[in-house]
Design a protein. Structure first.
Length: 315
């Protein structure tokens, strides 16, 4: 690619995908030492979807995003797949998705755990600034494959799914107003999984760090964007735990009715949760052209990321 002076990019397409199989809290209560009330009170989750492959879910969400944008796969110059649950060690799962969709150009996996989609969005805008016209950005996970279903602390939390957006160059107008990315590798032991193993999580410490990380990274992103919390139409947080979302919203000074919550029916889908929340907001009529939106996530690493974007053609 030849570098250009183009810097702008806007989201023009979106789509999501979920497996057919529903695992309810009642299903888990039958095998775990827990109750429906305990799960809902502590997590906000009532059911989650389980099944499929990361590539399969990514293809479904990606095709829907292309359809919404009115594009064909051959219009895409770069495919970025954000995932912490690839289908294979080699090659990248993005290559599998590229083959199934039929997109030309590059294809690459990006792993920043639950912060991955925001990392990917920033990377996609960087590629647009270098001259790419259209990028397909997908967050897809099959967290059920790395979940120990006998572990009450993690089995109630996670699910599978995918969300995708198309980012198109705009010739100067940019939808990304400000962002913040970070990681603290010394805390990696708080949430980890060996290759071929299940997740291990120190829940209380993850909760404590997560709330602080969300608030700090959100404030840095807003400061760099030159906006305040009052300027935002919506906040789309990583869907990990309702208590984390509520605590962070309270500290940021934003009401829960200005946040997006799909947690109740999806569980924690890691890198897929923010794009699925964004798609839900659009399809439920909560976003309009020109609206300012804060996307904010945290996850294993421990990683964190936030981005302020201006939505749609009103930018």
């Amino acid at each position: 690619m030849q570098a250009t002076t183009r810097t702008g990019g806007l989201i023009t397409g979106w789509g999501a995908a979920l497996p057919d199989k529903v695992v309810t809290n009642e299903d888990l209560v039958a095998t775990l030492d827990t109750t429906e009330d305990w799960i809902v009170e502590r997590t906000g989750i009532r059911e989650r979807r389980v099944g499929g492959t990361t590539a399969g879910l990514a293809v479904e969400a990606g095709q829907r995003a292309l359809d919404t944008a009115g594009l064909s796969p051959t219009d895409i110059e770069l495919l970025i797949l954000c995932t912490t649950t690839p289908d294979m060690a080699i090659p990248s799962t993005a290559s599998l998705v590229q083959d199934e969709l039929g997109t030309p150009g590059g294809a690459v996996d990006l792993n920043a755990a639950c912060s991955g989609f925001v990392y990917g969005l920033v990377a996609a805008h960087g590629h647009v600034a270098l001259g790419y016209e259209r990028i397909l950005l997908i967050g897809a996970e099959t967290m059920s494959r790395v979940t120990d279903w006998d572990d009450r602390n993690t089995a109630v939390l996670f699910g599978d799914g995918a969300g995708a957006v198309v980012l198109e160059a705009t010739g100067g107008v940019d939808g990304l107003l400000g962002f913040d990315l970070g990681s603290d590798g010394s805390a990696r032991h708080l949430l980890e999984a060996d290759i071929g193993g299940f997740m291990r999580m120190e829940g209380r410490e993850v909760f404590r760090r997560a709330v602080r990380a969300v608030v700090d990274t959100a404030n840095r992103a807003m400061q760099r964007a030159g906006v305040t919390i009052a300027d935002l139409a919506l906040v789309v947080p990583h869907q990990a735990n309702i208590r984390i979302i509520e605590s962070a919203a309270r500290r940021l000074g934003i009401s829960m009715d200005r946040t997006v919550n799909v947690l109740e029916t999806t569980g924690n889908t890691s890198a897929a949760s923010i794009p699925m929340g964004l798609v839900h907001a659009v399809e439920s009529g909560r976003l309009h052209g020109g609206d300012l939106v804060l996307l904010v996530g945290f996850g294993a690493g421990m990683s964190w990321a936030a981005a302020v974007i201006r939505w749609g053609t009103g930018a």
